[in-house]
Design a protein around this ligand. Sequence first.
Ligand SMILES: *Cc1c(COP(=O)(O)O)cnc(C)c1O
Length: 390
Amino acid sequence: MQFAKRLEKIPPYLFAEIDRKRDEMVAKGVDIINMGVGDPDKPTPSPIVQAMHAAIDDASTHNYPPYQGTKDFREAAVKWMEKRFGVKDLNPNTEVVSSIGSKEAIHNTFLAFVEPGDYTLIPDPGYPVYRTSTIFAGGESHAMPLLPEKKFLPDLEAIHPEIAHKAKLLWINYPNNPTGALADLEFFEKLVAYCKQYDILLCHDHAYSEMAYDGYKPPSVLQVPGAKDIAIEFHSLSKSYNMTGWRVGFVVGSSHGIKGLGQVKTNVDSGVFKAIQKAAIAAYSTSEQELQAVMSVYQKRRDIIVQGLQSLGWDIEAPKATLYVWAKVPQGYTSTEFVTLLLDKCGIIVPPGNGYGAAGEGFFRIALTVADERMHEAIKRMQEAGIRYS
Ligand SMILES: *Cc1c(COP(=O)(O)O)cnc(C)c1O
């Protein structure tokens, strides 16, 4: 039996080739340091786990959950938006919907708004789902290059107006995966004005909203006055609370955006397990101190990697947010050649920058998801292999 044509159009999974090599080397007994995937290695904070224990013993959580989230969950999300970002007056009935992690909601947003002939404006490098979901919806993606000389922000003036007129969605993600870049409110204002001009739904993937260091607090696009007319924002507990396995988040903003997404969701899924929604409500009352305890682990690792790379000749600054360090490959290598060298010579797994889009060529990404001593070990192996930035 043949696969549907749409599957042929999906690019190969970013980690497929790396996974194959890794398996080969593990079979040979090589001690692999895997800094590939952005999946926190630490447990979920215990108050959240305890809330889950209590919730699962409550039989009222066991039946079908409402697809849009329980009233309590939506109200907690709205309260958190106010407490965290100062965004007021969000309507929990029309401007919020729960998500089974943001990946699902991101995909379903494409199904709700994109049809053949439509364009999507997506960051390059960027989270691969924006591109593949455009393909699933039958649309055309237009890459917005994120370049170091533009601080990894998209250049809106470089988008041809003809493409902008045909675009339905514009995707951004700050703090950014994979570059670690930040965007400020001034930039969000520009984006809101641009999307209003062309009647584009502005989609902000805020997966790293709480993963910030050195006292930095990432803003919400909904802090821009009037943003709610045109923007939706995707929040997820996955990364910030070490909860990737739980699958819970919410989407908030434009009632039109939420309505379209909700219409897809009512037809394809049945919401988040109610016990998990209760645990998520507990997560939203995590104290600043507890959250800082989670973040300090990553901040320390970031410093180990950044200082390590600096000692090997890299001219690199410590990112103020996300789980990633985005670094240039040394001259004379492509991204793929360099990550292959790291794997062959050092047993280190990292993804090549071009796996996130053509503009990622010349970079590689390090995820801060292994213990301190493994990070020190990785730097030591690079040094011993004579790998330097030059
Ligand atoms: C990890 C990640 C997601 C997906 O997170 P889930 O909520 O676990 O589905 C979405 N966007 C970006 C940019 C990510 O890095």
